[in-house]
Design a protein around this ligand. Structure first.
Ligand SMILES: [Zn+2]
Length: 263
């Protein structure tokens, strides 16, 4: 394989002061042990160790009052670290989300991350439609998708949004539906969206993951770690062991991200 840079498209970061608390709350939600501490330094260390040059970084607001401070934090970290592209957060209950989208763009953030299960809204909630209309054709949006315990982020809900907003650049994280990997295929194989491979290989298995990448097409996939839940360097090593072609790995590790992020 030629040595192209590697982009980790799915990482969560937290200020040092609150990282330990943030990690506790992810543990409470998923009961999956966190491999890293959620800080910027730990992410950069893993990148240096594993050979990952670029990261898409974000953090989801659990309540509307957190939106502006999180967006300011992500923007400030991205100003300090050229390795980072920042995505902003919005909340379905916030006032004036369209104003915040303009502010997010002004801050230099390059997309939006939603976590419908933690933020407790249905992806196809009517309240979100004006927001998607404002994002369509402007900023890529990454959605956490899939959780067998909840319906908020069900692939069927994102499918409905994709049908209503055909120009929305959407990334359906975790192969389109964490814990619902094959159900996701029914909804997305003939729709237009990207996927990331984060938090999936340990659950889906390598044989099935390679099959799904081939069924959907490698041009639709992005490498991601879901740091701090997983160590990006270890995720990259695991991804490289997949039985897919080198040219497909290059698309997933760098080329598709380059198209979406325009980097
Ligand atoms: Zn995530």
């Amino acid at each position: 394989m030629s040595s192209l840079p590697v982009v980790d498209f799915h990482t969560h970061i937290y200020p040092e002061k609150i990282a330990a608390k943030a990690i506790d709350s992810i543990w409470e939600f998923y009961h999956i042990p966190m491999q890293r501490d959620g800080t910027v330094d730990s992410l950069l260390e893993s990148g240096r160790r594993g050979g990952i040059e670029h990261f898409v970084v974000f953090s989801a607001a659990a309540i509307p009052g957190q939106v502006q401070s999180i967006n300011n934090y992500i923007a400030s970290v991205c100003r300090e670290h050229s390795e980072f592209t920042g995505f902003g957060t919005l909340h379905p209950d916030m006032e004036k989300p369209l104003d915040e989208i303009e502010r997010i763009i002004g801050l230099g953030l390059r997309g939006i991350k939603f976590h419908p299960d933690i933020q407790r809204f249905n992806i196809d909630d009517e309240r979100m439609m004006n927001t998607y209309a404002a994002l369509e054709g402007r900023l890529p949006v990454i959605f956490h998708t899939g959780d067998y315990r909840y319906s908020y982020s069900h692939p069927s809900r994102l499918a409905r949004v994709l049908d209503n907003f055909p120009q929305l650049c959407a990334v359906a994280a975790h192969f389109g539906g964490w814990s619902l990997f094959d159900i996701a295929f029914d909804y997305f194989h003939n729709r237009r969206c990207y996927f990331d491979v984060s938090s999936s290989l340990p659950f889906i298995g390598h044989r099935r993951a390679a099959e799904l990448i081939h069924s959907y097409g490698a041009e639709r996939f992005l490498f991601g770690s879901d740091y701090p839940m997983w160590d990006p360097a270890a995720c990259l090593k695991e991804f490289m062991s997949l039985d897919i072609a080198d040219c497909e790995k290059e698309q997933i590790l760098w080329k598709n991200a380059q198209v979406i992020l325009k980097i």
